[in-house]
Ligand binder design. Structure first.
Ligand SMILES: NC(=O)c1ccc[n+]([C@@H]2O[C@H](COP(=O)([O-])OP(=O)(O)OC[C@H]3O[C@@H](n4cnc5c(N)ncnc54)[C@H](O)[C@@H]3O)[C@@H](O)[C@H]2O)c1
Length: 330
């Protein structure tokens, strides 16, 4: 039997990791979340009703929550964080304090976890934003390129900085206290439950309400990864016996697409006509971003295989009945 802690398990990726792991009755899973973004909806209730899943509402920045975490977990998936442009704009101080403190608290606690096999730390492609701005790096980009901060004075940098600090905590605590960890840098994961503050769900709402759309950064290209593929990589990298102390990209590089073409694809899936007007380029947003995932593929024997159109369709099936709840930025 494996005892597993999933932080941020009421959110997007955490929920699906919990859902997958809960299918094995040998796994005993605790989901820890403060519900600041994640929600206690019907799907989450169903997950928590399983006999091998327990939900703990707690805040990883609070010492009381940390003290209550039992010391006998074997695997920890650390997915809790404050994410999204709105948080970065409105509360960059909280992005730094929540993301750094929660990781620091977890690793401090992990010093006394006596059965620990691996902590998975969720990092992001955003750590490359400064690198892309100032250095010529190849695309698809490998994990080995150096990281850079483009503008330390900008609130926009806080999310990437908080994740760089998280990675540094992994390496410094890992080495000093022999805490086994693996870092996954997610690249544009999408799917049901991801909230509204991402291009794909936002487009479902905007295309429903408008025949004409002004698209920001229309010529920029990204590679999107469906949640099932991201979860498969996450679990395989965490359970693999030879991933300790390493960084891996998690993504799907096979269908890099320009944002304006993505909008057209979404409209097609929704069976709608939309006229796309060219908006301004978002300052600081890299022109291209696409991960080299060869390292994760070699190690896990897995390759992302859900086509973009199929993933966009599945995601739309989930969002279609929830369009009334659209809230910009949430
Ligand atoms: N979705 C992506 O494409 C993507 C890309 C790069 C990195 N990531 C990283 O993956 C992880 C999961 O992302 P997501 O998209 O599922 O985000 P999410 O917002 O859906 O999930 C994060 C969860 O953490 C919880 N949380 C926040 N602060 C907490 C705290 N102090 N204590 C306990 N719980 C707390 C929230 O309530 C939420 O349920 C994050 O670390 C994020 O930075 C995601």
């Amino acid at each position: 039997m494996s005892k597993i802690l999933i932080t941020g398990g009421a959110g997007f990726i955490g929920y699906f990791v919990a859902e997958k792991l809960s299918q094995n009755p040998e796994n005993q899973i605790t989901v820890l979340d403060n519900l600041s973004r994640g929600c206690n909806d019907k799907e989450f209730e169903t997950l928590c009703a399983k006999s091998n899943v327990t939900f703990v509402q707690g805040d990883l920045t609070s010492q009381a929550t940390i003290d209550d975490i039992s010391r006998d977990y074997e695997y920890i998936y650390h997915l809790a964080a404050l994410v999204g442009v709105k948080n970065v704009k409105d509360a960059p101080d909280r992005v730094l304090s929540v993301n750094i403190r929660s990781t620091l608290n977890l690793f401090e606690a992990a010093r006394s976890f006596y059965r620990l096999r691996k902590i998975f730390f969720s990092s992001t492609s955003e750590v490359y934003a400064g690198t892309f701005m100032h250095f010529a790096v190849g695309v698809p980009t490998s994990e080995s390129v150096p990281l850079a901060v483009s503008d330390i004075t900008s609130a926009r940098s806080t999310y990437a900085i908080s994740k760089m600090c998280g990675e540094s905590i992994c390496f410094s605590y890992g080495e000093k206290y022999q805490i086994p960890f693996v870092i996954g840098r997610y690249h544009n994961v999408y799917g049901p439950r991801m909230g509204w503050a991402h291009v794909i769900p936002e487009m479902y709402a905007k295309i429903t309400n408008n025949a004409e759309l002004t698209v920001t950064s229309p010529g920029h290209s990204r590679a999107f990864c469906y949640i099932d593929d991201a979860v498969e990589f996450t679990v395989r990298l965490t359970e693999h016996y030879q991933t300790e102390g390493e960084i891996f990209h998690i993504g799907n590089p096979t269908e890099e697409i320009r944002i304006k073409d993505l909008v057209k694809l979404i409209a097609r899936v929704m069976n709608r006509q939309v006229f796309v007007e060219t908006g301004r380029d978002m300052p600081g947003s890299p022109h291209r971003r696409c991960p080299d995932t060869a390292k994760a593929e070699r190690r896990t024997g897995y390759r992302a295989n859900i086509a973009l159109e199929e993933g966009v369709k599945k995601t739309y099936q989930w969002y279609q009945s929830r369009l009334d709840s659209y809230e910009e930025g949430r």
